[in-house]
Design a protein around this ligand. Sequence first.
Ligand code: BYC
Ligand code: FE
Ligand code: FE
Length: 476
Amino acid sequence: MSNVDLSAKIPNNVDLNADKRLQRALEEWQPKFVDWWRSMGPEGFQTHDVYLRTAVNVGREGWANFGYVKMPDYRWGIFLEEPEQDRKVGFGDHLGKPAWQQVPGEYRNMLRRIIVTQADTEPASVEQQRLLGQTCPSVYDLRNLFQVNVEEGRHLWAMVYLLQTYFGRDGREEAEDLLRRRSGNADNPRILGTFNEPIKDWLSFFMFTTFTDRDGKFQLLALSQSGFDPLARTCRFMLTEEAHHMFVGETGVGRALQRTAETMNKVGTDPAILRAHHVIDLPTIQKYLNHWYTSSLDLFGGERSSNAADFFASGMKGRYNEEKQDDHVALAGEYDLSVRGADGRMHVEKVPLRNAMNEVLRDGYVGDCEFVCQRWNRVLEKAGRAERLELPSRRFRRAQGIYADGCYDPTGNPISSEEFEARKAAWLPSKEDLAYVQSLMHPVTEAGKIASWISPPAKGIDDHPFEWEYVRPPHA
Ligand code: BYC
Ligand code: FE
Ligand code: FE
């Protein structure tokens, strides 16, 4: 059991104290991070007391501590999962060799790119969500937003620890750049598409934490397999925090559905009438789902990818369920990919398995999202409704990969770009839809009260009731 040093400037279980150079580098980066947090983190709540959980250990029984914290004082720590004795590389060309404890020179650039890409998403999401506190539907939700935000901050710390520890001067420069790029900034944007999209309302936030944080889950599962052991151990611990982010998203959408279903039972399904009752009509919820799900599908990269093949061959990034596979080398298999032929129809093309690793990971993700959708539909069913939500085809509205070239309808049928344009208002949030949802976003900051468009949660946080004062204004 590695020691947890909670009294240190930077709480950690990596014995930071023993490496003065590294400790100094991280302590130099810390105030820059806090500056970034103050200017780009949650606007207007930096001096509030927020009831937050803080990671204090990695053990099974209780790794988190709950208490009121002012966010800039949050104890962002560095925690790696316990090492596995004599761990071996679990896949790829180096299968069965001892896992690397240092960066293998030949894979240094590749590994740096993977870590920087992962790292970049974390502060990006905080930037995207920075204004949401001002329109929170309840104090309970406000607290959940901030919980997600501080943990994404900790995920940035986790990656910066790897950069500073294993990548020397390059790593320090990357750590600085991570605080310089800005979500949505035309000159210096974040790396991946979704992380430059604005999140202006809480339905978007709940869709994002359902679908985009779930990309995080699958990417972290794949990186948890890494033969570079420090990365694997870091990502394993990050996954424990990720579960709550997806919970916030799924239950958030579920509670909006609940409210809509109850209102439909009273006044019918006419969107105009539902809107007059200040709830979000079901077609609009479906359109938001279509938007954020498809944007998140893009985060898995191209269906055919030599990068993905290299990541796998090198042992740096595995499959999310590598231990359940029979063949960990994956040189023999093929993946059946649906591609659109010159005749305009879909047909199957065989892709060498290693080159299809992005698609293999996306398959796992799509399956997981289908379960989420089923659980949302149970909310509708329990409320006595016959309507259902649906995931669109993975070909719909793609901006990355082989489906980005043509247009497809939500069932995956190839269509012309004219048809797509003509029908897109029925499939994706229109300006009017966005404006309507925005019009519902009034802050509700009295404990126990809630906005019109969403139901209260089944239970509160850490055994406290929904009515608990999860966020308290600063006392003069
Ligand atoms: N947007 O070979 P390809 C999370 C680029 S989320 C923009 O098809 P590859 C979180 C790609 O970089 C998890 N660019 O893709 C969630 C490449 O660029 P270069 C984040 C894109 O490399 C919520 C080119 O297109 N973690 O943690 O196989 C809140 C051709 O690429 C996009 C990771 O992503 C896109 N969507 O796969 C907070 C894990 N997609 O090289 C946090 C690390 C592709 O030509 N990243 N491109 O300049 C990776 O494993 C890979 O970089 C990717 C891309 C899977 C993202
Ligand atoms: Fe994260
Ligand atoms: Fe997350």
